[in-house]
Design a protein around this ligand. Structure first.
Ligand code: AMP
Ligand code: GLY
Length: 467
């Protein structure tokens, strides 16, 4: 921050490490003196330390967030929302209408994750080549389980058993069951299907996509969409992609905008597909409702080309932590451009980054229960700054600063470390060095960005493409 930087007030809606990375990017602004007001799920120690004002709103209720913005509106220039829940609940609409403070996130109408069925329909209309075969099963259409089972099995007769079964409603990637991974018989598949019905959601059954995943993100000002470098998320709990799906155990980014197992052309194809979705929603002119990161797109690169797994209207966690630390634009300036409709180039340093999450014992079924101490001490990890400087970032997520001055892990992903390097391997070493320096009963994947893992992705893509 420069001495003479213009003072700017920013409200950040925080959930997870992603928000700490966003706040860090604001506080590192060289053009502005950013004052951050945080509406947080809990007393995140990083956010508390960096905030001008900090309020805890455990359920992230939009009414309460709006009250916080209203109470501080004279000091605020804009806001940014990181998690999807308040976006889905219409945070931007409410805050802008009530307080006049512009928010960086889509309006309620464009909270695309609200329905996976609607997403599939949109893709079907814009770029059907990116859809797997799918069918939506509405809870209200069936009076009893036997009737639903007949309908499911009849669809399986049509497309085969190799499918994914997922809730229509958002479930943070955790309600998805995949044939071969989560079930191997039709009866098991139906049990999963029925448990989703019982949770109150409609169900999507879609063809199982086989290939390699990438995460695509783009900033948007309503006029244009500016793509960010691709990242690879590690969704499964354990090494070698075993175990249940999680919110994401880590992710890597290569030096270039595309991933080591993809080509420049694959990346252009991703951009072409997302641009079609954007154009369909934007129309000919502009659509301010799409401001922020309206399309976080999880792609599966298959034998038949790039297919869309899912779309969210907010930054990826951990994927945005791969990007913000190497963003060359001033992030405050970039946000003003998104608000004013003057977004142009977004530049990232040609560095590789690796994010690794450390999570509690009882996360991702690592242990069924954990009744031990949840104290976490990050001081040795922070001390690595002496060796690595800005090439290692430590972003607390689901952890809490308590009155005793210590920090404790809560239930979700506790803290991530971001390593930055000339190669993925170098970035990974720094990230893992940060992880090893954390004192606390946490665990993590060791293979995020590992050479053998990336080589396997390269091999698989070659096999799929027959070269
Ligand atoms: P989603 O919440 O839809 O992104 O699903 C979470 C994860 O489940 C994805 O990252 C994939 O690993 C897996 N998944 C979802 N849909 C499919 C599919 N059609 N085929 C194979 N895997 C899938
Ligand atoms: N890492 C997956 C997501 O943000 O949706």
């Amino acid at each position: 921050m420069s001495e003479e930087g213009e003072k700017v007030g920013i409200v950040v809606i925080s959930y997870g490490s992603r928000a700490a990375a966003v706040i860090d990017a604001f506080c590192r602004s060289e053009d502005y003196d950013a004052r951050v007001y945080v509406a947080d799920k809990q007393r995140n120690p990083f956010n508390v330390a960096h905030a001008e004002k900090h309020v805890v709103i455990p359920d992230l209720d939009v009414g309460k967030i709006c009250d916080f913005v209203e109470a501080n509106k004279d000091a605020l220039d804009f806001g940014i929302c990181c998690p999807e829940k308040p976006i889905i609940a219409g945070l931007r609409d409410l805050v802008e209408r009530t307080t006049g403070v512009p928010m960086i996130c889509p309006t309620k109408q464009y909270a695309i994750e609200v329905s996976k069925a609607a997403q599939r329909q949109l893709i079907e209309n814009c770029c059907p080549e990116a859809n797997p075969r799918f069918k939506v099963f509405h809870r209200s259409a069936y009076t009893h389980a036997g009737e639903a089972k007949d309908a499911v099995w009849s669809f399986l007769d049509e497309i085969g058993n190799e499918v994914a079964v997922k809730p229509d409603r958002p479930a943070a990637g955790k309600g998805v069951g995949v044939w071969g991974d989560h079930f191997t018989t039709r009866e098991q598949l139906f049990d999963h299907f029925w448990s989703i019905f019982e949770s109150g959601s409609d169900v999507l059954i879609e063809e199982k996509l086989v290939g390699e995943e990438s995460s695509f993100q783009a900033f948007c000002d309503g006029h244009r969409l500016v793509a960010l470098p691709d990242t690879r998320d590690y969704k499964r709990a354990f090494d070698a992609d075993l175990g249940p799906n999680t919110g994401g155990m880590g992710s890597y980014k290569d030096r270039e905008d595309w991933l080591p197992f993809l080509s420049h052309q694959d990346r252009e194809e991703e951009e072409r597909l997302v641009q079609k979705l954007f154009t369909a929603l934007r129309g000919d002119g502009e659509n301010e409702g799409l401001r922020g990161i309206p399309f976080y797109v999880a792609f599966m690169h298959t034998r038949e080309g790039a297919k869309i797994l899912e779309i969210n209207s907010r930054p990826g966690d951990p994927e945005i932590q791969n990007i913000l630390p190497v963003l060359e634009n001033d992030f405050v300036d970039l946000c003003f451009r998104m608000i004013h409709g003057t977004l142009s180039r977004v530049e990232c340093a040609k560095h590789a980054t690796v994010v690794t999450y450390a999570v509690p014992m009882d996360y991702g079924d690592f242990r069924r229960t954990y009744s031990g101490d949840r104290k976490v001490d990050l001081s040795r990890a922070y001390a690595l700054k002496e060796r690595y400087g800005d090439d290692l970032r430590i972003y607390p997520g689901s952890m809490e600063l308590r009155a005793d001055g210590s920090t404790y892990a809560l239930g979700s992903r506790t803290v991530c470390t971001v390593g930055i390097g000339q190669t993925i391997e170098e970035a990974r070493e720094k990230s893992l060095e940060g992880i090893r320096a954390i004192d606390g009963a946490l665990w993590n994947r060791w293979d995020v960005g590992a050479r053998h893992y990336i080589e396997r992705s390269i091999r698989r893509m070659k096999e799929l493409r027959g070269n």
